[in-house]
Design a protein. Structure first.
Length: 165
């Protein structure tokens, strides 16, 4: 499993981090013709939705990217792929995911960004990428783990941010 960790200076860096991950994962999803699952972990306010905003806007989405806290999922359709942004924070019962057809989202070419994946209690596929965001002093610490990405890809990504802090 490849992994790396680095610090982000603030909100702008978190958005940029999302954009950089989008540049890596969207072409890979298209190339592999699969859905790439990205678990976003961290406390409230750690930057999961901010990361998602950068990720989605990098795909030329011009609208407002909001956390789908009350709707559970917000779809973003593009000509040859989709992004599904899940926020499971308010999920009361994991069975709700079965009722909404959760498995269908993972059968299409694209990306599933999942905030609070632990709330699904085993109903989600194993993540291809896990991004953990946490506060560390005045910065955000990022820890990425992936079976899909290579160590070199993650190191190249982290180098873009290490010099900024």
């Amino acid at each position: 499993m490849a992994s790396c960790n680095f610090l982000l200076a603030g909100e702008a860096d978190t958005v940029e981090f999302g954009k950089q991950m989008s540049k890596i994962l969207v072409p890979l999803a298209k190339q592999l013709n699969k859905c790439i699952s990205v678990n976003l972990e961290g406390d409230l306010g750690a930057g999961k939705t901010t990361f998602s905003r950068g990720f989605i806007t990098e795909c030329s989405y011009d609208g407002v990217v909001r956390s789908p806290t009350y709707t559970l999922v917000e779809p973003y359709e593009f000509p040859d792929f989709s992004i599904y942004h899940f926020d499971l924070y308010r999920l009361l019962d994991p069975e709700e995911l079965e009722y909404m057809g959760i498995r269908d989202y993972f059968s299409k070419t694209g990306i599933c960004l999942i905030e609070w994946p632990d709330k699904a209690q085993g109903l989600l596929p194993e993540p291809d990428v896990t991004v953990n965001l946490s506060y560390k002093d005045k910065h955000r610490e990022v820890v990425i783990k992936s079976e899909l990405l290579k160590e070199e890809q993650l190191n190249n990504l982290s180098e873009k941010f290490i010099k900024r802090v």
